[in-house]
Design a protein around this ligand. Structure first.
Ligand SMILES: [Zn+2]
Length: 307
């Protein structure tokens, strides 16, 4: 049987929110079979559980925000991406503020935390969402066009293309393909950081956003170059971060995909629209599990691979 996964033990992190600049503590806890991933706002008078699913996403400006009633958690995508990359099915995330800490701006600190806690195989089959028919969302025309689609594929593959003209980006790859059956998430994707421009940072700050952002947790560019003294972590770090974000956004559906995702200039909003479009079409997917590990698509059956 290909089994569900949780953590062996709990693990903790402290950091600041990218937008709020607020100090926040996270405790990642093992959870029983079929719990899914739950964010628990433990700072509220009555703790509130927010179960991730496509409809729990209530805001996609700058980051993915999930809500239950008045309780919110902003910027869930990098932690969700790490859970997707490591195949974590069940997890309770205690959080003491409204925003997940940004840490180093990538998913690698979350990968490190999850791997340090150890991954436990549980006594129930892992459930996948297998795409049976192509579902696509599209917006804009000509130069402004952007789109994202899910297609049937015997594995999990993501292909992303950006169209981003800037001297620091032009020379790097604008397109990248990540295939779970061939590549290693922790090594190839997880270290890619979020990026931004000094002029946008100033504008965001004047609106009370990006208060926790800086050279420690983002690639920052002026009009000509990358300002971080140690440069880029990957030659194509920008587009790899878009894959990292997409993996987090897609995992909000609550199960790993067996599908191919292809996107051109997509973002948090469009990724969530794609999930909703899929769920609106019940004949476009099915839920499957694997009694025989050998029948599972490549990359899923293996224990978590390290760096
Ligand atoms: Zn991101």
């Amino acid at each position: 049987m290909l089994a569900q996964r949780t953590l062996k033990t709990l693990t903790q992190a402290v950091g600041v929110g990218l937008h709020s600049g607020q100090r926040v503590e996270l405790t990642l806890r093992p959870a029983p079979v079929d719990t899914g991933i739950v964010f628990r706002r433990v700072d509220l008078a009555e703790p509130v559980d927010i179960h991730i699913n496509a409809l729990s996403v209530t805001d996609t400006r700058l980051a993915s925000t999930i809500s239950s009633g008045q309780a919110k958690v902003h910027t869930v995508e990098h932690l969700m991406s790490a859970c997707s990359g490591l195949g974590i099915d069940n997890l309770i995330i205690d959080i003491t503020a409204e925003e997940v800490p940004i840490l180093d701006g990538s998913a690698s600190s979350f990968v490190f935390l999850l791997q340090s806690a150890g991954i436990e195989l549980q006594k129930a089959p892992k459930k996948f969402i297998r795409v049976l028919q192509t579902v696509e969302v599209r917006e804009g025309q000509g130069e402004n066009v952007k789109w994202a689609k899910l297609e049937p594929y015997d594995g999990y593959r993501l292909s992303f293309e950006i169209d981003f003209h800037h001297p620091a980006v032009d020379s790097t790859g604008q397109q990248v393909v990540f295939d779970m059956g061939r590549d290693v998430y922790a090594r190839d994707i997880a270290r890619a950081r979020t990026f931004g421009f000094t002029k946008d940072v100033e504008m965001l700050r004047s609106n009370g956003l990006a208060l926790g952002g800086g050279l420690d947790n983002a690639i920052v560019m002026d009009d000509y170059k990358v300002l971080n003294s140690d440069g880029l972590r990957y030659d194509d770090e920008f587009v790899k971060h878009k894959i990292l974000d997409a993996m987090g956004d897609l995992y909000i559906i609550g199960k790993p995909f067996i599908a191919s995702y292809t996107a051109f200039r997509s973002g948090h909003a469009m990724n969530n629209q794609l999930l909703r479009a899929l769920l609106d079409q019940p004949d476009a997917y099915e839920i499957v599990s694997f009694d025989d590990v050998k029948k599972a698509p490549a990359g899923f059956a293996l224990p978590v691979r390290a760096w």
